[in-house]
Ligand binder design. Structure first.
Ligand code: TMP
Length: 208
């Protein structure tokens, strides 16, 4: 039986990494083999592309270049990790995926979503996440949390309005795809967020 692709999205400082670890444990306890991975990255080449995207050597990178690099990393990730894992019946838990491109490059950078859709269809064919959790929180709260983690990467250095556009794009996509998305209020204590995530995973597991 083919596995499932679950993706986790959210703005800066949303607490994805912490919740992903809980989610992996939860799904393993439910009897699934879980592959935890991330974008951009997840492969040796993808991690090199990630370093180009997040580092400051190319601060003025054009939005189209940025988007193509992200999809180059994604193509590698799909080919080497995601598709083989799904074919083997494993569940793939991915820290960000193409919804992030619609939010950051579409909403944030202003790239037309139709252009992103062309790349999505080309690189992914008909592969789409089975479930997406959006950890949503006010920009001010997220940036304050992310600021405590150390030096800002190329995205974290963006202006406030950029993150407001990212958040709005995520929420708009989630609103249009209620079957696939679950929105989780992430500006709460870790334990409260975890409890809600476990409840909604349990409900979702009943259906699949
Ligand atoms: P992370 O900090 O959650 O690992 O994400 C790395 C950064 O990459 C984050 O600022 C969002 C950005 N990103 C995009 O802009 N587009 C994408 O498609 C993905 C996957 C990430």
């Amino acid at each position: 039986m083919a596995g499932k692709l679950i993706t986790v999205e959210g703005g800066e400082g949303a607490g994805k990494t912490t919740q992903l670890a809980f989610m992996r444990d939860y799904l393993e306890r439910a009897g699934h083999r879980v592959v935890l991975t991330r974008e951009p990255g997840g492969t040796a080449l993808g991690e090199e592309i990630r370093a180009l995207l997040l580092g400051h050597r190319h601060d003025g990178m054009a939005p189209a270049t940025e988007t193509l690099l992200i999809f180059a990393a994604r193509a590698e990730h799909l080919e080497r990790i995601i598709r083989p894992a799904l074919a083997a019946g494993h569940w793939v838990l991915c820290d960000r995926f193409t919804d992030a491109t619609y939010a950051y490059q579409g909403g944030g950078r202003g790239l037309p979503p139709e252009r992103i859709a062309v790349l999505e269809n080309w690189v992914q064919s008909d592969l789409r996440p089975d479930l997406t959790l959006l950890f949503d929180l006010p920009v001010a709260v997220g940036l304050a949390r992310a600021g405590r983690r150390g030096a800002a990467d190329r995205f974290e250095r963006e202006e406030w309005a950029f993150f407001e556009r990212v958040r709005a794009a995520y929420r708009e996509r989630a609103g249009r795809n209620p079957d696939r998305y679950r929105i989780v209020a992430a500006d709460r204590p870790v334990a409260a967020v975890r409890a809600e995530v476990e409840t909604l995973l349990a409900a979702w597991l009943e259906r699949v």
